[in-house]
Design a protein around this ligand. Structure first.
Ligand SMILES: [Zn+2]
Length: 196
């Protein structure tokens, strides 16, 4: 049974934003604790049983993990890191959620049918639903706030890689055809340009 709170198990772009979320909360004095990142089918079945075949209050309507699944890694849960008062302060959740939403996350507390205050997910502004995630349709990489928003052209990227990184035309062509992400050379050039 997998039930983890490890940020490293989130998809890397989501994990990066989760860390920014934590930093931003800490900066304004909100004591956030991540309680859950990913889980497997077995743990979701265990949660589903709560309030149904096991005592307790119903915490989920999903039999199979979606955004939290170890395959997706698109969601995390949090609470207030104050012993005995982890979940009794709605204003705390609202303030943290505002910070998360500014980064681009969606908040479970905004859901109409099943409010989930401790839940944060990346669904590309509501474009992705649980059933899409179950079908293996995942949202694009989550942007990081403060990243270069104006998109660099490939030609500019190539000339930066040539001049600044001293890469050969053949290497640049190879990188450009590399399957891992369409914008690899633009990303590399952005990284180089931001350092120089
Ligand atoms: Zn959750």
């Amino acid at each position: 049974m997998l039930n983890s709170r490890d940020i490293n198990l989130l998809r890397s772009d989501v994990g990066k934003n989760c860390r920014i979320f934590l930093d931003n909360c800490q900066k304004v004095g909100l004591p956030v604790l991540i309680t859950q990142t990913v889980r497997d089918n077995e743990y979701q079945a265990y949660l589903y049983a709560q309030g149904r075949t096991r005592p307790g209050k119903i915490v989920t309507n999903q039999k199979t993990p979606t955004f939290h699944s170890n395959k997706a890694g698109l969601a995390f849960d949090f609470c207030k890191n104050v012993k005995g008062h982890e979940y009794d302060d709605p204003a705390f959740f609202k303030k943290c959620a505002d910070i998360a939403k500014r980064l681009g996350f969606s908040w479970g507390g905004d859901w109409k049918t099943f409010k989930d205050n401790p839940h944060i997910q990346w669904d590309d502004n509501g474009k992705y639903t649980s059933s899409m995630i179950l079908q293996g349709k995942y949202p694009r990489s989550m942007p990081t706030r403060g990243q270069v928003t104006q998109k660099m052209t490939k030609d500019t990227a190539k000339s930066i890689l040539k001049k600044e990184a001293k890469l050969s035309d053949a290497t640049i062509t190879y990188l450009d055809s590399y399957r891992y992400g369409d914008d690899l050379i633009v990303k590399l050039a952005n990284a180089i340009a931001s350092k120089s």
